[in-house]
Design a protein around this ligand. Sequence first.
Ligand code: RB5
Length: 151
Amino acid sequence: MTIISNDKTVAICSDHAGYELKNAIIEHLANKGIKCKDFGTHSSDSCDYPDYAHPCARAVESGECYPGIAICGTGNGIGMTLNKHQGIRAALCWDVELAKLAREHNDANVLVLPARFITVDKALEVVDAFFATPFEGGRHARRVAKIRIEE
Ligand code: RB5
């Protein structure tokens, strides 16, 4: 099972703290034939995570990309930024079970990883679990529908 469809590209972004892990994930997915659109950052130079999170969020919201992956040192700053977007459900996950539940119960459309608190090997396991897990729907669909703020 995979949540990836052939015509979709994964949106990925990070700040400097997540730069190396981002590259490792892009390579890991490329080896599986999964394409990523890299929204930066493009070096380990210090930068501001919202500059990369907002374009990445817009690409997922618009349907251009699905799903998204976002990485900063703790996962908190980039996740907070992503979740300002109405159409984004970004989930901070540092183990496989959290990633599965974020998909099964929350229909998370962006996986957020804390680069300074996870090994590369564990992060790749988490990515694989996230991508392999469908949304359960049912009672969870009712709850997810209530997340959005009425405008
Ligand atoms: C950068 O030092 C760090 O603050 C950032 O990667 C992130 O952890 C913020 O939430």
